[in-house]
Design a protein around this ligand. Structure first.
Ligand code: COI
Length: 354
């Protein structure tokens, strides 16, 4: 059985880090010099290796390509004001990754391999961390089935990898959102709570149709009445009504347990809000909008951080917001940024230094 102490590193001959300035970066387009790769064979994780970022090749019968046994995570690294390389809540993503692995009948990845491998990779490629605002080094751990076999069964072999992408914001502007009334993202007993690759593929058609109507994303609703709010595109969702903050509960397993979601709940409570995690009927949102008590609505996610909703359409009800007057979502974004950049104390123990 190998551990992270066996990590073998092969460095690039020439770094690409100076090929383009690390400013105004799109999300997810550029990749750093190196990647981490660990194979699972014969019931055990093999020697972890870091090597130059490069294509990988497989037989066309690769199980992951046919039946979608594939999961991933999203984490961010920063250079703080003290000049340290820091990662935000990586341990929580590691735990969630293994929850997803169990749901998809995949082996769990030992914490020392996940965290140790991520730290070593981020340290090696730390010159790739963008230093401008709203940018970070996006960390993408993922695992997929590598058996070459067409029968439907859990694969016996897997590959766990981490790649790094210097990235700007996922959403550059406030969002126009359509409350989904036809398609469904998740049902109780399904894989909604897992970060399964297939969840994102199955969301594409709804999102494409919403985009054709002029929206940026959909707000998913329950599969029976299309009334109870789930997630919003690649984010969790929050509504501020009066002095309460509402977000859908994780209870029935249809919602991804966002690490940013959890952080926002903590920060909202610190700001004095009563945070309600429960069933959110869209009628309550419409009523609050009409009564003038719906103060703010926003999405949260690792990639998206805190993204304000400027318009929300439910059937024929158009809700438009004066986002320039909002204070809560900007304050939350600033609070998160300040902790990540070491401008305020890491009072919740969210950062670890690489
Ligand atoms: C993240 O926020 O990190 C995600 O995983 C969403 C992704 C699909 C961009």
């Amino acid at each position: 059985m190998f551990s992270i102490n066996d990590l073998e590193i092969t460095r690039v001959e020439r770094t690409r880090v100076n090929d383009q300035p690390l400013v105004n970066l799109p999300f997810g387009k550029y990749f750093t010099d190196h990647m981490l790769e660990v194979d699972y064979v014969d019931g055990a994780w093999q020697k972890p290796v870091i090597k130059p970022y490069a294509p990988i090749s497989f037989e066309p019968s690769l199980a992951a390509l046919h039946y979608g046994q594939a999961i991933f995570e999203g984490i961010k690294a920063y250079k703080n004001e003290q000049g340290e390389v820091v990662i935000f809540r990586g341990i929580d993503n590691c735990k969630r990754f293994n929850v997803s692995a169990t749901r998809l009948q995949m082996p769990t990845v030992p914490e020392d391999v996940f965290i140790g491998g991520m730290n070593a990779l981020v340290k090696l490629d730390s010159l790739w961390i963008p230093l401008v605002s709203d940018h970070s080094l996006y960390i993408r751990p993922f695992m997929f089935a590598t058996d070459c076999f067409l029968g439907v069964k859990p694969s016996e072999t897997y590959k766990f990898m981490i790649v790094l992408s210097p990235a700007g914001p996922y959403y550059a502007a406030p969002l126009k959102i359509l409350v989904e009334q036809h398609y469904v993202r998740a049902v109780k007993g399904g894989v909604g709570y897992a970060k399964a690759a297939g969840n994102y593929a199955s969301a594409l058609l709804a999102t494409t149709e919403a985009k054709a109507k002029g929206f940026d994303q959909v707000l998913w609703t329950d599969p029976f009445e299309h009334k109870y709010v789930h997630e919003m595109g690649v984010m969790n969702v929050f509504f501020i009504i009066g002095d309460k903050a509402y977000t859908p509960s994780l209870e029935d397993g249809t919602i991804l347990a966002g690490v940013t979601r959890d952080s926002i709940i903590v920060l909202l409570r610190e700001m004095g809000f009563d945070v309600v995690e429960g069933a959110i009927n869209i009628d309550m949102i419409v009523e609050a909008y009409r009564a003038g008590t719906l103060r703010e609505a926003f999405g949260t996610g690792t990639a998206a951080t805190v993204s304000m909703i400027k318009e929300l359409q439910y059937q024929d009800v158009e809700m438009k917001f004066d986002i320039d007057a909002w204070t809560v979502s900007p304050a939350l974004k600033t609070a998160l940024t300040d902790i990540r950049q070491g401008k305020t104390s890491d009072r919740f123990g969210w950062m670890h230094t690489v």
